[in-house]
Design a protein around this ligand. Structure first.
Ligand code: 3UK
Length: 513
């Protein structure tokens, strides 16, 4: 059951060589690897660019295991950078482009990036001057590539060497660097990629979730590159109109979204927008649970199914999912072959069928550690097993149903929002005495962050103050973290020891809807 790299891969294994170099070496160099706004790029040219970038990094003094970070939109340049760093034996760190300058600084500082490649439209290199990293713009990267010779071979890395980090938000909002090894992406391909996606060389993959998310990285890089298929990369904001346009133009066969994206596309379609998903063999949803109603409306409107599956940055990709011909709407389906799952109580014992417990997973794509976070690593990992932080039940037929998080973390639009981080921003405003942030379901059954605020004595509870608070947090937080509403209340529910009862607040909000 449990697919282990140690049983199947040689000791020496370089992920970039497997996913890129292998295709060029085995005569598939003329196949299309990437389709982006600049046109299509073959595996042969991608292999050449990746080995050139590896050489550029080595010439710039980047050594084995050193980190190379990227703050750039989805395009061939991000792909060349990611695989080029791995080809050099360095560690690629694609960073969430939606963050603020101060978030970028803490990520770059934490990973100790030796070189950082940035798109100046996303972050001004000057904003990173306090960090000990060499900053190149994407243009600098292109220029360096033009003059470079290609490194003849991919670095002879160990299958258990570090390959990439992805930063995932923690409960306090402080991002945690999830460390993945050379073999992890290969495991995802041999499990979910093969048995659920059934990805083929003639597939074209398009992901609404960007490459800096663990979800997007698999969807539009290593799944297609495992079999010599093509990735469609789109740099812009994935509004329904933009997504429909990409789908119409590039005719993807596998489409990956998050529930909010499917909901937004549905309202556009229901408002009369033209969308043609006839090229798509399968749609996939992950990031948060897909409400059954959205799946049913999507089927009715487009004639395609959506496979809801749960993955995590820590486990690299999806380990529990619905399948073609075996979809139970509102459930996360059944375990992916190659992973073992259990639902356990507080003492770690498996719960009875139908009982809610904590989901734990055993699979060889699981992270090695959280970078610089020894305590968090130990509380997440236990031997081969990892605690996902999700509550689940399993029914008599073996389908798993998501029962929420065991922490207070919010998934909005498939992206983490830490209530603690949003509260910490609100509380800085001099008019705020205390506050709480919770997720409330919208009309589509999707979670969005909302804030409850107790004002300082003497502050008038009017529209001016909520407007002012909204503007205030906007200046401090990435836009997707800003609460959808700010409601002034007289007091917040607390335990006897004064701890905020977010659960109570959620219950009240639920009964008011
Ligand atoms: C939640 C879901 C219910 C769940 C991800 C696919 O989302 C991904 O990774 P993250 O690290 O978040 C992981 C957490 O998100 N979640 C994700 N998918 C579902 N809850 N139903 C779902 N289908 O709380 C999980 O622990 O951002 C998704 C592939 C790779 C990924 N990293």
């Amino acid at each position: 059951m449990y697919v282990r790299a140690a049983d199947r891969l040689p000791l020496q294994f370089n992920a970039a060589e497997w996913f890129i170099g292998r295709h060029a070496a085995e005569g598939r160099g003329s196949r299309t690897a990437i389709i982006d706004e600049e046109g299509s790029l073959s595996y042969g040219l991608l292999d050449e660019a990746v080995r050139r970038f590896a050489r550029v990094l080595r010439d710039a003094g980047v050594r084995r295991d050193e980190r190379v970070a990227f703050v750039a939109p989805d395009s061939r340049w991000l792909s060349i950078g990611f695989w080029g760093a791995i080809a050099a034996g360095a560690v690629a760190v694609p960073v969430n482009t939606l963050l603020t300058a101060s978030d970028f600084r803490s990520v770059l500082e934490d990973c100790g990036a030796r070189v950082t490649v940035v798109d100046p439209q996303i972050v001004d290199p000057a904003a990173l001057s306090s960090i000990d990293t060499e900053v190149w713009t994407v243009d600098d990267m292109r220029k360096r590539l033009e003059g470079a010779a290609a490194q003849p071979a991919y670095a002879a890395t160990h299958r258990d060497a570090m390959a990439f980090f992805l930063y995932s938000s923690g409960t306090t909002g402080e991002p945690k660097g999830v460390v993945h090894l050379q073999h992890d992406m290969w495991i995802c391909c041999e499990t979910y990629g093969t048995s659920v996606l059934e990805i083929r060389p003639d597939d074209r993959c398009f992901s609404v979730a960007k490459l800096f998310f663990a979800y997007g990285l698999g969807n539009a890089q290593y799944f297609p590159f495992h079999v010599g298929a093509a990735a469609v990369l789109f740099a812009g904001r994935p509004t329904p109109a933009a997504v429909f346009d990409v789908v119409r133009t590039h005719r993807p066969t596998l489409f990956f979204g998050v529930p909010t994206a499917f909901a937004n596309m549905l309202s556009a379609i229901e408002d009369g927008a033209a969308a043609d998903f006839t090229s798509v063999r399968t749609c996939v949803s992950a990031g948060e649970s897909l409400p059954a109603a959205i799946l049913e409306r999507w089927r009715a409107r487009t004639g395609t199914d959506i496979l809801d599956g749960i993955g995590s940055t820590e486990i690299c990709h999806i380990f529990l999912t619905n399948r073609r011909g075996d979809i139970r709407p509102g459930s996360s389906g059944k375990p992916v072959a190659g992973y073992e799952l259990d639902i356990v109580d507080e003492s770690g014992r498996p719960v009875e069928t139908g009982q809610m417990g904590d989901l734990i997973v055993r699979g060889d794509s699981t992270m090695a550690l959280y970078w610089n976070k020894h305590e968090a690593t130990k509380s997440a990992l236990n031997g081969d097993w990892i605690r996902t932080g999700d509550k689940y039940t399993r029914d008599a037929d073996g389908y798993y149903v998501h029962g929420g998080r065991s922490d207070d973390m919010i998934k909005a639009g498939g992206i983490w929002v830490s209530p603690v981080e949003v509260e910490a921003a609100l509380i800085r405003h001099p008019s705020v005495l205390e506050c709480a942030v919770i997720a409330i379901e919208d009309e589509d059954g999707l979670h969005k962050p909302h804030a409850y605020v107790v004002l300082q004595p003497g502050v008038r509870a009017d529209e001016m103050i909520t407007f002012e608070l909204r503007e205030f947090v906007r200046g401090m937080l990435a836009p997707y973290k800003c609460p959808k509403s700010i409601r002034v209340v007289d007091e917040l529910p607390k335990t006897a020891t004064g701890k905020l009862k977010r659960f109570e607040l959620r219950k009240r909000a639920g009964s008011r809807e």
